[in-house]
Design a protein around this ligand. Structure first.
Ligand SMILES: [Zn+2]
Ligand SMILES: [Zn+2]
Length: 395
């Protein structure tokens, strides 16, 4: 792989990431992160708009030449996880950790901002850099869109990346169509009739009914979803009862549903409701459902995916660009909201390195990534801006 950044720029990229890593902030509390982003951008000559969707920062590089407006996006928030790594740049905020790699994303986009200023004459149109708060269950992307982040100048295409420990460092994962799943959250309260553990015929046993619901829910994936499509139904929590000889009046289940295709995303709430209500009814129990949509599937435009694939090939070589199931996951991303409004592509930059012990999954208290992945991210983002401008927005 060719040397991408100068030594100074590569060192700055790592140093910035390590500062961010030490001071992680939860969704919509990214004030310190936003301040760093804003100051760095201003030092590079950018005019910034702050406090978008609370703590988001947006800037536009206007080349003054006609051309498309391209959005490049990084998310900024950390997770309520206590870091178990013993690195020198370990989190200094107790109970908060950059366990998803968003510290790397911010650092990559700041470095891209610097690279773009340096190659301004190769660019045309406008490049909007979006530093987004609240990705981890906050739908910060949607809040930014509601506050007009895709307007004035109107964004034509959007790109984003995720450092990804599912892929070896040096690899890039891109696929057309769905790349990440939707995230729905549900809570089911089964209301039966409690009573004596030895006299069940006078009761409606909420535990038995809820257990049937757990099993029946699995038939959505096995019997309702096209086997060539994908979905997941997980009951993550089951709580009921207080003691061994009392039939519980209520049982509460909560869990998550993931889908990939737009069709299944639209259909799944109805299928879910039918199974839950039908099962409860068949046992004479009542049921209350609380069903929340968190984010939709992240779906890449096929032309944009091909465009990014061709760029990634020039950066890491065609053997290192992977697609399909090596580049997809049933985890969710609120980048989906940008890509539902404008065409674009979200892609994975491999960041796992077993030799360095950097192979823990995202959201783990031991998560860390190979920082060698970051210059690859910078180079691809920079090339996207240069080459998309070349196409005059016509791919
Ligand atoms: Zn995450
Ligand atoms: Zn993430």
């Amino acid at each position: 792989m060719k040397q991408i950044l100068s030594k100074d720029d590569a060192e700055e990229l790592v140093a910035t990431r390590r500062i961010l890593h030490q001071f992680p902030e939860l969704k919509f509390q990214e004030t310190r992160t936003a301040k760093l982003v804003s100051e760095r951008l201003q030092k590079l000559g950018y005019r910034v708009t702050e406090k978008v969707a609370g703590t988001g920062v947006v800037t536009v590089l206007d080349t003054g030449k006609p051309g498309p407006t391209i959005a490049l996006r990084a998310d900024m928030d950390a997770l309520p996880v206590t870091e178990e790594n013993s690195v020198e740049y370990c989190s200094k905020h107790q109970g908060v950790m950059h366990a998803c790699g968003h510290d790397g994303h911010v650092s990559i986009l700041l470095s891209t901002a610097k690279q773009l200023q340096a190659c301004r004459d190769q660019l045309s149109g406008k490049i909007k850099l979006i530093f987004q708060p609240g990705e981890e269950g906050g739908n910060g992307a949607l809040k930014m869109i509601d506050e007009g982040v895709l307007d004035s100048p109107k964004v034509d295409v959007a790109f984003g990346l995720h450092l990804w420990n599912g892929l070896q460092v040096g690899k890039v994962g891109i696929c057309a169509g769905p790349i990440m799943a939707s995230v729905d959250e549900f809570k089911i309260t089964v209301i039966g009739r409690g009573g004596h553990g030895a006299i069940p015929h006078q009761t409606v046993d909420s535990i038995v009914v809820a257990s049937q619901i757990v099993v029946a829910l699995q038939t959505i994936v096995s019997r309702n979803v096209d086997p060539l499509d994908s979905a997941v139904v997980t009951v993550g929590k089951f709580s009921a009862g207080n003691t061994f000889n009392v039939i519980a009046e209520q049982a509460v289940l909560s869990g998550t549903i993931r889908t990939f295709s737009q069709e299944m995303y639209q259909q799944i709430p109805k299928l879910f409701e039918r199974v839950v209500k039908g099962t409860a009814l068949s046992f004479g129990a009542d049921v209350e459902i609380d069903y929340q949509r968190q984010c939709m599937p992240t779906i890449n435009n096929s032309i944009m995916a091909e465009f990014v694939r061709s760029i990634a090939t020039t950066v890491v070589g065609s053997d290192n660009v992977v697609s399909n199931n090596q580049a997809r996951t049933m985890a969710g991303e609120d980048m989906s909201y940008f890509l539902s409004r404008v065409p674009g592509c979200f892609f994975f930059v491999g960041s796992k390195n077993e030799n360095k012990g950097l192979n823990y999954p995202h959201h783990s208290p031991r998560f860390d990534f190979d920082e060698e992945a970051m210059p690859i991210g910078v180079e691809i983002m920079k090339q996207i801006a240069i080459k998309f401008a070349d196409t005059k927005g016509q791919l």
